[in-house]
Design a protein around this ligand. Structure first.
Ligand SMILES: Cc1cc2nc3c(=O)[nH]c(=O)nc-3n(C[C@H](O)[C@H](O)[C@H](O)COP(=O)(O)O)c2cc1C
Length: 375
């Protein structure tokens, strides 16, 4: 990584490019950016130049998690690349792993606009996509058996359809999506099972232990070759989360990701005047940070090594990532921090995280995982 270049690019993004981008419709900007990223990813010279400028490497950041090697612990969370357009460029930007999706068995064109909004004072985004995605078959065609430079997760959820009204129907739909990916030539390394998406057309919940147990029994029966991580909600209370973790630990699930979006419009970190602009939707970024941190620690302590914990929610700096790791996260993921600070921030977070580990005398990420979880 060229530190001076990455720092300058990040300052230029935050102070010059972002103010311009934030004037345009958020979804249009996202679509243009991902198409631009796809074009860059198709050009090998662009990939190598970007990697030399932005990608930070250190043996301290490397880890083995669920049998997969991660060169660094910073991943792109589900929801940014739901069309598998960025699979060739995220390595160059500096990510340690990536997530495609959430993908569903059948395609869905998305909820009515606005599906995305910005809350600059709250350091948050409003999200109301409802699993907009081209469907499993189209994504499998797009991935086309290519090999990728960093681990790639497929995030799977239930199809957003008026027709899926019951738990058994939704389980059958989710199982079909897993089967399609499992039998495909796709070279993904692991799965995410997203049970926590808000804003779907019908209310089917896997938060109740019985429904979750039924779903995971069917996932077990698939005998998947790759590890599965469950994307968890952050709005449930501690007792309910412990109940869900107890169910998950009885199944062949590698770990849990804490967590998804903030549903509570009254969360103190949300600025009221900004929230009022949006009638629907849930919130990413800073409003997810505190509860994500709490639930990482809760899961780390409760599961005692039986489940790997991945941290996600409100990471803007290396300190945010490091705090989650010290509370029990083996890996972390982000979206909103990158939108607010620019893609150059991934390398900078890795560089600064490396310095924090070194300062505190940790040989690697694994040595720091959970050191702050109160026993
Ligand atoms: C635009 C957007 C779309 C999202 N879509 C999904 C999704 O499809 N599946 C999912 O599991 N999480 C989704 N999320 C949630 C993120 O993966 C993540 O859990 C949340 O945004 C907190 O991380 P952040 O603060 O770093 O953005 C989405 C988030 C954003 C901002």
């Amino acid at each position: 990584m060229n530190s001076i270049f990455a720092t300058t690019a990040t300052i230029a993004y935050e102070h010059a490019l972002k103010p311009l981008l934030f004037l345009a419709d958020p979804e249009d900007v996202h679509d243009r950016m991902t198409s631009f990223g796809e074009t860059l990813g198709s050009l090998p010279p662009a990939r190598s130049i970007l990697a030399s400028l932005f990608r930070y490497k250190s043996p301290r950041l490397r880890s083995q998690v669920a049998g997969i090697t991660f060169e660094n612990p910073i991943g792109l969370a589900a929801g940014f690349d739901y069309e598998a357009k960025l699979t060739n460029i995220l390595y160059s930007v500096g990510f340690g792993f990536q997530t495609v999706g959430t993908i569903t068995n059948e395609p869905y064109e998305g909820n009515r606009r606005p599906r995305l909004g910005r809350l600059p004072k709250s350091k948050a985004l409003m999200v109301n996509k409802g699993f907009k995605n081209p469907g499993a078959a189209a994504v499998i065609r797009k991935l086309n058996g290519h090999r990728y430079a960093i681990p790639l997760a497929i995030s799977i959820g239930r199809t957003n359809s008026h027709y899926l009204k019951s738990v058994p129907d939704s389980i059958a739909d989710i199982v079909d999506a897993f089967s399609l990916f499992e039998c495909s030539p796709s070279r993904h390394t692991h799965y995410e099972l997203n049970i926590s998406c808000p804003n779907l057309l019908t209310e089917v919940s896997f938060y109740e232990p019985a429904a979750l147990d039924d779903l995971l029994r069917e996932i077990d029966a698939l005998d998947l070759e790759r590890p599965v991580f469950i994307k968890m909600p952050i709005e449930k209370d501690d007792t309910s989360v412990r109940g869900m973790l107890d169910v998950i630990m009885r199944h062949r699930i590698a770990g849990v990701i804490f967590g998804n979006l903030q549903k509570n419009r009254k969360d103190p970190s949300l600025v009221e005047s900004e929230v009022k602009k949006f009638k629907t939707g849930n919130f990413s970024g800073k409003p997810t940070q505190k509860r994500s941190d709490e639930l990482i620690e809760l899961a780390y302590r409760h599961c005692k090594g039986k489940l790997i914990v991945i941290g996600c929610g409100g990471i803007f700096t290396a300190e945010d990532a490091y705090r989650k790791i010290r509370l029990g996260a083996s890996l972390v993921q982000m979206i909103t921090g990158m939108i607010f600070r620019g893609p150059g921030v991934i390398g900078l977070i890795n560089r600064d995280l490396d310095a924090l580990l070194k300062r505190d005398g940790f040989r690697n990420i694994a040595a720091a995982v959970g050191v702050d979880a109160i026993q």
